[in-house]
Ligand binder design. Structure first.
Ligand code: FAD
Ligand code: DHB
Length: 390
């Protein structure tokens, strides 16, 4: 089999890239390890920056997003038992939209398949060959048969545990990393959200986040130990902990309902540089991850492939190499801004040690400064809604 761009991974990055290339008349094949059903049900992120919404809408995959996404103009920071609103739109003129990542994935899969795309789900043993000779070949197994795709370029969009990054010879890439001594326990519940806008909460017992998906579905997160066993968190304990951390004693309560899904997400910050080697281009979680506190993961994945799509388009239109040559350098500017913002939000909102009163005082001082200084609040808001690519 031969195609122009071989894409590994059908997450937001791989699917959006395939769609953008199609609009530019460039062919691609997408290889995905999991089933279509699995990728369309995987509950993950939920916050789209305005730039991500614009990208989806301008490229014809935003109809359901426009109908069903919830546009938010602010977020709340809660600490010391008080809730404070950061009026993001007043401060920046921009909004965010709540729309589940699996809905973005569903919309993109539907658009690609409607256009006759070749997406192979449930492939295994994916291996990249021929990169050093600039003749990429992706070998894999599908429905019990060994197959291969020959292509001009490979886009490694296969997430943090993917195989593309490892196809680069040792010594070429460098990883920059930070670990955190906690994880998030996330629940999706059939419960009407008791909030209109997200609540990020610093609490002595640990961070909590109140988010939503629709007027009937709440999405909630609790800081837990990094090695937390879900078995130790029956639904009753989760709700008790959410009540304890999120309620401020003024009569407002977290609404309970049947838990539809729950899972533990470890937290790390990682950037791997450069994001390209020869004809292999890496995008999204395959080459950088952030702790979810800044809501940046999916947005970065989409921003990467917007650049990469433009680069491939220029190459096929007139053999232009400037954009592809600059891909890693340009993308890394946004990546590092999001790294810093995600690290900063994480540091300000979580409990890092059992007993570190000095750090807790620093966090509270910083939070109080953010909600009382227009300059500091604007800095948080412009990062949260997404800075333009520069
Ligand atoms: P992915 O969505 O990971 O897509 C990669 C795809 O490649 C997957 O479909 C995978 O099955 C496939 N793949 C992997 N290996 C292979 C292979 N060898 N061959 C073929 N296919 C392969 N961000 C937030 O902002 N908030 C959150 O609450 C949040 N929660 C998260 C929870 C979890 C468990 C994870 C893993 C991430 C979470 N994120 C969250 C981050 C956000 O979801 C990611 O940043 C986003 O999914 C990145 O998109 P992507 O397309 O780069 O990667
Ligand atoms: C959601 C996830 C995040 O990581 C975040 O910072 C805000 C909201 C969510 O899943 O709704």
């Amino acid at each position: 089999m031969r195609t122009q761009v071989g894409i590994v991974g059908a997450g937001p990055a791989g699917l959006m890239l395939s769609h953008l290339l199609h609009l530019e008349g460039v062919g691609s094949v997408v290889l995905e390890a999991r089933s279509r059903d699995h990728v369309e049900r995987r509950v993950r992120a939920g916050v789209l920056e305005q730039g991500s919404v614009d990208l989806l809408v301008e490229n014809g995959v935003g109809d359901r997003l426009n109908r069903e996404g919830a546009v938010h103009q602010g977020i709340n920071l809660q600490f010391d038992g008080e809730r404070h609103r950061v009026p993001m739109t007043e401060l920046t003129g921009r909004t965010i939209t709540i729309y589940g990542q699996q809905e973005v994935v569903k919309d993109l899969v539907a658009a690609r398949l409607a256009a006759g795309a070749d997406i192979r789900f449930e492939v295994s043993d994916v291996r990249l060959d021929g990169l050093a000779a600039d003749e990429p070949v992706i070998r894999f197994r599908h429905r019990g048969r060994a197959e291969e795709v020959r292509c001009d370029f490979v886009a490694g969009c296969d997430g943090f545990h993917g195989v593309c990054r490892d196809a680069v010879p040792a010594g070429v890439l460098r990883a920059y990393e930070r670990g955190y001594p906690f994880a998030w326990l996330g629940v999706l519940a059939r419960a009407a959200p008791a909030i209109d806008e997200l609540v990020y909460c610093n609490h002595p017992a640990g961070f909590a986040l109140y988010s939503l998906r629709s007027p009937e579905i709440s999405r909630l997160y609790l800081q837990v130990r990094p090695d937390e066993d879900l078995a130790g968190w029956p639904d009753r304990r989760i709700w008790d902990e959410l009540h304890r951390r999120l309620e401020t004693g003024d009569g407002w309560v977290v609404n309970e309902g049947p838990v539809l899904e729950k899972g533990v997400t470890p937290m790390r910050s990682v950037v791997v540089e450069p994001m390209q080697w020869r004809r292999l281009y890496l995008a999204g979680d395959a080459v950088h991850i952030v702790p979810p506190t800044g809501a940046k993961g999916m947005n970065l994945a989409l921003a990467d492939v917007r650049l990469l799509g433009q680069g491939f388009a220029a190459w096929y239109a007139h053999r232009g190499t400037d954009l592809l040559d600059d891909y890693s350098r340009t993308a890394l500017r946004r990546v590092w801004r999001a790294q810093h913002f995600s690290w900063w939000m994480t540091s300000m909102l979580h409990r890092f040690a059992e007993d570190d009163p000095y750090q807790e005082r620093l966090q509270l001082s910083q939070l109080r400064y953010v909600v009382s200084s227009r300059a500091y609040a604007t800095s948080l808001a412009e990062n949260y809604v997404g800075l333009p690519t520069v």
